[in-house]
Design a protein. Structure first.
Ligand SMILES: [Zn+2]
Ligand SMILES: [Zn+2]
Length: 270
């Protein structure tokens, strides 16, 4: 049995976490191992150790001192969190702008705390209501606390990547496969774009396959579910069903807890 003890206790550089989040302007947010981990005395910094069983056979195992921190850092760095959200955590204090936002924050917190018990979530509401921030906070926390495999994708950028892949002769599956298979997938800005048949088909592949394998999906969208609107405004408002199609929308409502945030734009300030 490997020794289990806390690494980095007392390290002032990383406050005992074993990593720092870089705020440099890279494309994606990055965590970096602290020297107290990368120079681990127990494994010589390799992250693995030889252990011996009772029969005297030696085998390689993840270092009990630093191996988990290394995995968490790797998970965070593979999550493709946009760099403008570097360091954002679910546990950050956001001053809620009303009951609906407080309810959303409460759900996201319990999703993280009780993972994997709770359903994914669908954050709906106008722009500037910290929806992306809440979703990023959840996956930042799940990677760094629980080493869960998470991937963030902005739907609009994904379509761009796919178009580029087509012209470069790269099979579509190389782009979509990792998103279908990720343990947790964030799809940011769902419904943005032209909502063409091709775009809906991409979404359908993503959502149907994740639905069939019961994978948790976290979605943000500026559009709301038809049912959340008062009856009289249903006919003249573009809703999520119009943007993604009835079939995808109804799957989403099954897979995700609907969280509708009302209120004014954060970025405008008041
Ligand atoms: Zn340290
Ligand atoms: Zn080690």
């Amino acid at each position: 049995m490997a020794r289990r003890r806390h690494i980095a206790t007392g390290c002032r550089t990383c406050s005992g976490r074993g990593y720092m989040i870089s705020t440099e302007n890279d494309q994606y947010a990055r965590a970096q191992l602290c020297g107290c981990v990368s120079e681990c005395a127990d494994c010589g910094g390799s992250g693995t150790v030889f252990l011996e069983n009772e029969r005297g056979y030696r085998y390689l195992e993840r270092c009990g001192t630093c191996g988990v921190v290394r995995l968490k850092v790797r998970r965070y760095n593979n999550a493709k969190i946009p760099s403008k959200f570097a360091g954002v955590l679910q546990s950050d204090d956001i001053d809620p702008r009303g009951q609906s936002q407080l309810d959303a924050m409460t759900y996201v917190k319990s999703f993280v705390d009780k993972y994997p018990e709770e359903k994914g979530f669908l954050l709906m509401g106008g722009p500037g209501l910290a929806k992306t921030r809440l979703a990023v906070g959840a996956i930042a926390e799940l990677t760094l606390q629980k080493a869960v495999e998470c991937v963030f994708t902005d739907f609009f950028f994904l379509l761009g990547d796919l178009r580029e892949a087509y012209s470069a002769g790269i099979p579509e599956n190389e782009i979509i496969g990792p998103l279908i298979n990720a343990e947790i997938l964030v799809i940011d800005e769902m419904g943005k774009g032209r909502s063409s048949e091709w775009e809906q088909n991409i979404l359908d592949q993503l959502i149907s396959k994740r639905y069939n394998s019961s994978k948790k999906t976290l979605v943000t969208t500026n559009y709301v579910a038809r049912d959340s609107l008062p009856k009289k405004s249903r006919n003249n408002t573009e809703v999520l069903e119009d943007r993604v199609g009835e079939r995808i929308a109804s799957r989403l409502y099954e897979m995700c807890a609907p969280l509708f945030i009302e209120g004014s734009d954060y970025r405008k300030g008041d």
